[in-house]
Design a protein around this ligand. Structure first.
Ligand code: PEP
Length: 247
């Protein structure tokens, strides 16, 4: 039985003061959640948000992780740095990293293997562009992202996948319940082929893309959707409504 997992992605938003204030307000509202809850925050906010979330069920995650242990990688964050603050999750290969910062399936793979080797759960983002969906190549795109991104992973159950159709991120255009279910079921089938069907059944797969307080119930009711990666709505109290989707 997979445990649902709702994670926020703050992207390049919030400050130490506004972030801590939000966590203080969110904490009592999500205290009885039946799902796992995390907020992935900008690296500079990790120490303060870890402090703010102490004693709550909100885990603090990172928005990226570098593959090298240390060295000349200006602007990057290592696993050791994240572990120092007890970080348990790292988003990897978000479409914004792919689009604006040259992230590739190969670098996604390196980051994923490094997170796993350090006991940090990677939230590996996959998803197609609008033109790819319209051209009918969504499955082909996902195949490549999964084949390369998850190469040499030993235990796929230690990974969280976030299926995020790029056309739905930050656009207010959510995939329909049926579109999201159909594509996530495809991802699970593909994981079954790459690893084993039983292993694939254990993988938590989130939907991401304009998920909000209104559409979360319908998405979460789908049999293959185990959670959400939430951008915009994680910057406000709506995040608590999503976390409490089953209440
Ligand atoms: C995201 O950043 O992963 C995301 C899904 O953003 P939004 O919820 O704002 O579409």
């Amino acid at each position: 039985m997979r445990k649902a997992f709702i994670a926020g992605n703050w992207k390049m938003n919030m400050t130490a003061a506004s972030g801590a204030a939000l966590i203080k307000e969110l904490a009592p509202l999500v205290a009885d959640a039946s799902c796992d809850v995390a907020l992935c925050v900008p690296a500079i906010l990790i120490p303060a948000m870890t402090e703010a979330a102490k004693g709550t069920n909100i885990k603090i995650g990172a928005e990226n992780i570098h593959w090298a242990a240390s060295g000349a990688y200006t602007g990057e964050i290592s696993a050791e740095m994240l572990k120092e603050y007890g970080v348990e999750y790292a988003i990897i290969g978000h479409s914004e990293r792919r689009q604006y910062f040259g992230e590739t399936d190969e670098t996604v793979n390196k980051r994923t293997l490094t997170a796993l080797a350090n006991g940090i759960t990677p939230i590996v983002c996959v998803g197609e562009l609008l033109e790819e969906r319209e051209a009918g190549v969504t499955e082909k795109v996902l195949d490549k992202q999964l084949e390369i991104g998850l190469k040499d992973v030993e235990d796929v159950s230690k990974i969280v996948i976030a299926y995020e159709p790029v056309w739905a991120i930050g656009t207010g255009k959510t995939a329909t319940d049926e579109q999201a279910q159909e594509t996530i079921a495809y991802i699970r089938k593909k994981l079954g082929e790459l690893f084993c069907p039983k292993c694939a059944e254990k993988v938590v797969i989130q939907y991401g893309g304009s998920m909000n307080a209104k559409n979360c119930k319908g998405l979460m009711a789908q049999p293959d959707i185990d959670g959400g990666l939430i951008g915009g709505a994680s910057l406000k109290l709506d995040f608590a409504t999503i976390v409490n989707y089953d209440k």
